[in-house]
Design a protein around this ligand. Structure first.
Ligand code: ASP
Length: 440
């Protein structure tokens, strides 16, 4: 029997109209048998997600404030859906249980988990599917850390016998039955664990965009959707700020080569983006799939003649950072030089001390700090030696007169990272996007 695990995010299940779209999507392919649901998300820009309303209730209860109006809003979000869809279910006992819980000594994770719990129960009833409470099959250890291995085993045992099911995302429980939530957006991870547990043919992640974009739409006009992206490329996209999918969701499925398909609930006709380990045969793959970047970076440049002939110079610099618990973004070494790229906000209160320490430890010939840098990632696993992609990218930056502060590409040829002045960041992204577009 074919199985697709389909996870629907908060915007896909924000109200009754969205529930209907979700039902139509599920019915259009009988392989969509295992559904993972988020709590109702925003219906419009200024709206609040149910999870945020629950958080508000929790904070108010802790501050001995009257949380009843917020609890009433939460109840209304669900009862509106139930009424409009004519689902035969009452959530009043659960709302009452939540009220009692909030009045005592409330547990944050338990409170936050109720959005997914209630929404999934309603969706299961609406679809005529079995409801699966992740408190029984998504395991956390005694330190509150998700136990992926145990979860996959228990999920397999729970889901395999079922013809179809709706499982709530975002939470699980420890051996004592205490509820634990994942990081925000964690339903993506639940979906991934479910897909790996039952070895689904694909893990569909339904959201409100038609996939990953090749560039930031705030900078580039109508950038293309990326058709295929490797797990490794996705990691770079996310690191650089693309937030379509929680990156923790990649590992469980990538181990088993299960593709992730990002789809749009509001435009189910769009094929979306496929996240895969390797591109299927015959599909065109361009050396560069997208461009993304981060501003607010600083560069520390250290130079000392003949230092490359000795050993341990870099280790001294890195030890200084480690002792200060100061992470760096990139570290480039050249002949007699070390260049560190560090987030400017982390340097704000310690840059003079740090430079002083480096000066004392290394007595460099030159030590400089440049601020207001952006790092741009030109993303693509360039596995063909002959690819001239990097040359074209650098050429177009030169033509636009954009100065290049740093260039970084490891032997793995995954990404080309380019440092440019912050005030030329957007121009650089646009220029690189134009170069990408010309690949096709
Ligand atoms: N409802 C949770 C959140 O708003 C989890 C999720 O949607 O995945 O973050």
């Amino acid at each position: 029997m074919r199985t697709i695990v389909a996870k629907f995010g908060g915007t896909s299940l924000s109200d009754a109209a969205q529930f209907k779209k979700v039902r139509d999507i599920i019915r259009s392919d009988p392989a969509r048998r295992i559904i993972v649901a988020s709590a109702p998300g925003k219906r419009f820009e200024e709206d609040l997600k149910v999870t945020d309303l629950l958080l508000k209730c929790y904070d108010m209860a802790g501050g001995h404030q009257d949380f009843e109006p917020v609890l009433a809003d939460i109840r209304t979000r669900f009862t509106d859906i139930i009424r409009e869809l004519k689902v035969d279910i009452s959530i009043d006992p659960e709302i009452q249980a939540l009220r009692e819980h909030l009045k005592e000594c409330p547990d944050k994770d338990y409170v936050l988990s109720r959005g997914e719990y209630l929404n999934s129960r309603i969706l299961a009833k609406y679809l005529g599917f079995t409801f699966v409470d992740p408190a029984w099959c998504v395991f956390f250890d005694e330190y509150g850390k998700l136990d992926g291995r145990m979860t996959r085993r228990t999920m397999e045992a729970s889901l395999r016998p079922l013809h179809n099911a709706v499982i709530a995302g975002f939470y699980g429980a420890d051996i004592n039955g205490h509820i634990h939530t994942m990081a925000r957006g964690g339903s993506d991870v639940t979906g991934s664990l479910a897909a790996s547990a039952i070895r689904a043919e694909v893990y569909e992640n339904w959201t409100d965009v038609s996939g990953l974009l090749a560039a930031d739409p705030h900078i580039v006009d109508s950038p293309k959707t990326i058709e295929y992206v490797s797990y490794r490329e996705l990691r770079t996209l996310s690191y650089m700020g693309a937030s379509v999918l929680n990156t923790d969701a990649v590992l469980p499925v990538s181990d088993l080569d299960i593709p992730i398909n990002i789809r749009n609930t509001n435009r189910p006709q769009d094929p979306g983006s496929m996240i895969v380990r390797k591109l299927p045969r015959g599909e065109i793959k361009y050396p560069i799939i997208g461009v993304a970047g981060r501003s607010g970076m600083s560069v520390i440049q250290i130079e000392k003649v003949m230092v490359s002939d000795g050993a341990g110079f870099s280790a001294i610099v890195l030890d200084i950072l480690k002792d200060r618990n100061l992470p760096f973004e990139h570290c480039l070494t050249g002949i007699d030089t070390i260049t560190l790229i560090i987030r400017s906000d982390l340097l704000e209160n310690c840059k003079d001390e740090l430079l002083g320490e480096i000066r004392e430890a290394l007595a460099p010939d030159y030590l400089g700090l440049t601020e207001h840098l952006s790092v741009i990632a030109v993303i693509g696993e360039k596995d063909t030696e002959s690819s001239d992609a990097n040359i074209r990218v650098l050429w177009c930056l030169m033509q636009e007169g954009i100065p290049i502060n740093t260039i970084n590409q490891g032997a793995g040829k995954l990404n080309l990272l380019i440092g440019v002045p912050e005030d030329r960041y957007k121009d650089a992204v646009r220029a690189i996007y134009t170069a990408i577009d010309k690949q096709k």
